[in-house]
Design a protein around this ligand. Structure first.
Ligand code: EPZ
Length: 430
């Protein structure tokens, strides 16, 4: 089992370039199925969730050519499969997008109940609600979800809950349905807009993405395109927090500053300087950080995917902070790990009260999920001594070249897979 060994306590300094957005990529790759043609997708992050999505496309019959590390040509013309293999669908949450895309093109799809980070119950009733409104029938048998429709007809759907996945699946399944589909109470995240832009480049007619109401006029046929995925808001935010927690000075390049506003606002409240440029932000932290209150909300609120990272900053800030997690009930597991590093935190229901400490102490901790794993590495980088983060397989799902990028900022972090390598690292860093 691979782990990260980290020795911190030094400010991160320098420049880091952000990769393409994971949560856009995992929607756009299944969307290439709708083109039934050749698509070139650029700025794909080199992460395991993208590798799994490409594998699924390939198993379904797509011809895939890697043009460079972040660019793939995907030809879905002769794709025939409609069953996503069980082992692949369970490897990531986003396998549910294959349901919408395959249903739209072939009128049927079978995908295992999706896997992904364990953040508490993650129902997909809102996804099924769209499919059913468009005329599909669904069944769940032995953990396999099957959807089928003779034809899909436009419908008016009001989501009971704001859901990124259901909004994206709504667009995927409606683009070739007959007539108009109106989706209300939609998620407005940047990756929702990115998927809509990709679909429109392939000939779809999707309007309103980025607002509460998305209107989709069904088209008969779509075609291929060349598309470049937006920068990853959460990867960028994670490096912003890494700079803040270590008292560093980092220029974060290839970002859309507008997408980072909820994160920028909170970091400023915590006493950190954030300068915005056209496609970069610079984060400078000096002195002790100050406490603040954070509540996670759908975009443009503060993202749940940045909750553990800001938790690390607040655990080091002067005074009492609170975090309210309103999206996923199981997203505080990292706090137990952070407590092992000396953080002073009480959790009650979906609220955490944090009494900031001056510094953490190094410990061996375990990554409970993707973002929490990144947060614990950031905590390690802010801490003198050797921190070991176990279960880093989660981190590799969503951060391209994580340790390499941190090392380029002066972070001392290495991936190891045995106790012997940990000892070697200890000897090296003294
Ligand atoms: C997406 O998950 C992201 N995953 C998550 O990214 C992210 O945390 C989340 O959106 C919120 O921003 C991908 O894009 C692959 P939701 P998703 O549907 O689509 C409830 C990361 O670290 N809900 O917006 O699964 C749900 O339980 C991660 O990159 C229903 O009740 O999230 C939650 O409380 C992990 N019924 C809320 O809605 C449904 O049918 C929002 O979930 C669907 C969701």
């Amino acid at each position: 089992m691979e782990k990260f060994v980290i020795t911190g306590g030094k400010p991160l300094r320098g420049e880091v370039t952000i990769s393409g957005a994971k949560n856009a990529a995992v929607g756009i790759l299944p969307a290439t199925i709708l083109a039934a043609d050749v698509c070139v997708v650029e700025n794909l992050p080199d992460i395991s969730d993208v590798a799994v999505s490409l594998k699924i496309l390939s198993v379904l019959g797509a011809q895939i050519r890697m043009l460079d590390r972040n660019t793939y040509e995907i030809d879905t013309t002769h794709l025939t499969g409609t069953n996503v293999p069980d082992d692949l669908s369970r490897q990531m949450r986003a396998s549910y997008y294959f349901l919408g895309a395959l249903l739209s093109r072939f009128g049927k799809a079978q995908v295992a109940m999706p896997g992904g980070c364990n953040l508490g119950p993650r129902p997909i009733d809102q996804h099924l609600k769209v499919f059913s409104a468009l005329g599909a029938e669904d069944s769940v048998d032995y953990g396999m979800i099957t959807v089928r429709a003779k034809e899909l007809n436009g419908a008016h759907i009001f989501f009971d809950k704001v859901s990124v996945g259901a909004t994206m699946n709504g667009m995927l399944s409606a683009v070739m349905a007959k007539g108009q589909t109106i989706l209300e109470n939609c998620a407005k995240e940047p990756h929702v807009v990115d998927l809509a832009n990709f679909l429109n480049m392939c000939g779809a007619d999707v309007r309103g993405a980025g607002t509460d109401v998305i209107k989709v006029r069904g088209v008969e046929k779509m075609h291929g395109c060349t598309y470049s995925i937006i920068p990853d808001q959460i990867e960028a935010g994670s490096y912003m927090v890494a700079a803040a927690a270590t008292g560093g000075d980092v220029l974060i390049k290839n970002v859309t500053p507008k997408h980072l506003e909820p994160i920028t606002a909170k970091l400023r409240r915590a006493g950190i300087t954030v300068e915005e440029f056209d496609d970069a932000v610079r984060v400078v932290a000096k002195g002790r950080l100050t406490s603040t209150q954070v509540k996670t909300l759908p975009y443009p609120g503060y993202p749940t995917d940045m909750q553990p990272q800001i938790g690390v900053v607040l655990a080091l800030a002067k005074g009492t902070s609170t975090i309210t997690e309103s999206i996923f009930e199981n997203r505080f597991k990292y706090l137990d790990e952070l407590a092992r590093m000396g953080a002073n935190i009480k959790v009650e229901g979906n609220s955490a009260t944090i009494e900031g400490v001056e510094k953490f102490t190094a410990a061996r901790v375990s990554a409970p999920d993707l973002r929490a794993g990144a947060a614990l590495c950031i905590a390690g980088l802010a801490t003198e001594g050797i921190t070991i983060v176990d279960d880093i397989v989660y981190i590799q799902r969503g951060y391209e070249r994580f340790e390499e990028k941190l090392r380029s900022l002066g972070g001392i972090i290495e991936k190891v897979s045995s106790e012997k390598e940990i000892q070697k690292f200890k000897l090296k860093v003294g």
